[in-house]
Design a protein around this ligand. Structure first.
Ligand code: HEC
Length: 179
């Protein structure tokens, strides 16, 4: 009987060992994944503009674009009470807004990202450049459109880094904003 008893004990010890080691491996694996998560989140949002660019872009925005696209970049729907009041804007701006039925598209937020998220920073910067041509901000120079683009990337969740945005920067917006 003793021998039979031993014969049953050995597999039980082995099974217990496998279970213990198995759960240890799982625990170590979970720890490794948890440690990797913040790094992956960082890696997912490429830093393609500097804080100085975004700051200068904000100033440029406020001197022109913001009058139509509004301080919060939310754009206009034509609803009464939207600030700044369209009737306080220069005649050429009022006319542009009238021509678009009172609508000005948002430059930040979910619907902006649905439209632009898959497009590249290069393509978006070119669209911004054409707006700069139409409504030049105060102190406009050759880089103003890049500064504005940096500001819009930041306002959509992008993080500033040490690398400046240039005309060659060509990364999908979602990769910059992480959204
Ligand atoms: C007079 C009001 C007005 C001003 C000022 C203005 N915009 Fe706009 N913007 C519009 C309207 C209206 C549209 C939509 C029609 C169109 O695409 O041209 C638009 C469209 C855009 C778009 C395309 C958005 C999209 O979802 O396709 C961008 C980008 C943009 N503007 C950026 C700017 C920037 C940058 C400035 C400042 C240099 C600026 N706008 C100044 C009225 C304005």
């Amino acid at each position: 009987m003793d021998d039979v008893q031993k014969g049953f004990d050995l597999p039980r010890v082995v099974i217990m060992g496998v279970l213990i080691i198995g759960s240890m491996v799982t625990a170590v694996g979970a720890t490794t994944i948890a440690a990797d998560l913040p790094q992956q989140a960082n890696a997912m949002s490429a830093r393609v503009f500097t804080a100085a660019q975004a700051r200068a872009g904000k100033a440029a925005y406020e001197s022109s674009c913001g009058l139509c696209h509004r301080a919060g970049l939310q754009g206009r729907t034509g609803a009464p009470g939207e600030l700044p009041d369209v009737n306080t804007l220069p005649a050429n701006m009022l006319q542009t807004i009238d021509q678009s039925g009172g609508q000005v598209p948002p430059l930040a937020g979910a619907s902006f990202m649905t439209k632009w998220g898959g497009k590249s920073t290069k393509e978006f910067a070119q669209r911004v450049a054409s707006a700069v041509g139409a409504f030049p901000p105060k102190g406009k120079d050759d880089d103003t459109y890049l500064l504005l683009t940096a500001y819009f990337l930041k306002m959509n969740g992008g993080k500033a880094g040490v690398t400046a945005l240039t005309a060659q920067t060509d990364v999908p917006l979602t990769v910059v904003t992480g959204r």
